[in-house]
Design a protein around this ligand. Structure first.
Ligand SMILES: NC(=O)C[C@H](N)C(=O)O
Length: 345
């Protein structure tokens, strides 16, 4: 069962404090290891949200906090159905007058996908903050406690409103649109290719820039009108690549294939004929780049997108491009419209 929503925990606080709801989905921030030395070998998604909240008594000084256990999973197991369920819950809470901000605790493996998804589909200017940790709470120097404390502070603050979905990891305030997991073993794991929006230090936000792309209230996508996401898959580009994966994904019903390309989103000449054939059968081909520090793919760079009617993901990495395509295809199948959406979001 996907949903186990329900009131689970509350931290006593003064009535004049902002109301923050923590939606817990699992991940390492809810992880547990066999002993304090186990910072990397542990089990994710073990600790319930009431225990996470109880572990940070100072949260009560910041906000009236209550928790809901939406899922208890490692984030690599997130599906489109999880995204839609979570998005609808965030949107419903954001409409409540007695909710000032929302925190989503999440595994870090797909945190960047969920944060971008919520940024695209939840119509609110209230702070929505997605947070995880790289070490379980049972480990020495666990990072989840401070990350969650920061997230609640940001969700409770007026100055975080209208900035889109945010991610608080390692004291940085990053846009959910831009941020990506860059390394899997350090607490400084999340970076945005265009830099953080700000810092959160000792419960205070320090802002340096604003998101330029459309999000939340200014988005044409609305989770209240979305029941299912379009099937979009990713295939990886590398030396000696063949076209088997592309054909297999299309045969299984992919409406779009994100080409996680080399360099400029380049496509091997061993693959080009297959992609042209799939496009002629109606599958959208979206070129992105899997370069580590952030790609930048332009139309007609390396491949004649205008001639082939392919799309480019611009600076979105393959997994974020999948999210945008899966959302956008719920509204349009027109390639010009889809390309406009990729420039605007
Ligand atoms: N650090 C983490 O949270 C990793 C974990 N596999 C997850 O994404 O749930």
């Amino acid at each position: 069962m996907l949903v186990a929503a329900g009131f689970l925990a509350a931290v006593p606080a003064f009535a004049d404090k902002p109301n923050v709801v923590i939606l817990a989905t699992g991940g390492t921030i809810a992880g547990a290891g066999a002993d304090v030395a186990k910072s990397a070998t542990y089990q994710a998604a073990k600790v319930p949200v009431d225990k996470l909240i109880a572990g940070i008594p100072t949260l009560g000084d910041v906000a009236q906090v209550r928790g809901e256990q939406v899922f208890q999973i490692a984030s690599e197991s997130f599906t489109n159905e999880h995204l839609v369920t979570l998005g609808k819950r965030v949107a419903a809470l954001a409409k409540q007058r007695d909710v000032d901000g929302i925190v989503v605790t999440h595994g870090t493996d797909t945190l960047e996908e969920t944060a971008y998804f919520l940024n695209l589909v939840v119509h609110t200017d209230k702070p929505v903050v997605v947070v995880g940790s790289m070490r379980p709470g049972t480990a020495m120097s666990a990072d989840g406690m401070l990350n969650l404390f920061n997230a609640v502070n940001v969700a409770a603050s007026q100055d975080a409103r209208g900035k889109g979905v945010l991610v608080t990891m390692n004291d940085e305030l990053n846009s959910g649109r831009d941020v990506s997991k860059m390394v899997n073993i350090k607490t400084e794991a999340f970076k945005s290719p265009w830099g953080p929006l700000g810092m959160v230090v000792e419960g205070k936000n320090y802002w340096f820039r604003l998101p330029a792309k459309r999000h939340t209230l200014n988005s044409e996508f609305d989770i209240d009108k979305i029941e299912t996401l379009a099937p979009v898959e990713i295939a990886y580009g590398y030396g000696n690549v063949g076209d088997t994966a592309y054909h297999a994904l299309a045969d299984k019903g992919a409406k779009a294939i994100i080409h996680a390309g080399t360099g400029n989103g380049s496509v091997s000449n061993r693959v080009v004929p297959a992609l042209r054939e799939l496009r002629s059968k109606g599958v959208h081909i979206i070129r992105s780049s899997h370069v580590n520090a952030g790609g930048f793919v332009l139309r007609n760079a390396e491949q004649p997108d205008d001639q082939y009617d392919w799309l480019v993901a611009h600076d979105l990495n393959p997994q974020k491009a999948r999210i945008l395509a899966a959302v956008a295809l719920t509204k349009t199948n027109d390639s010009k419209e889809l390309q406009r959406i990729f420039w605007e979001y």
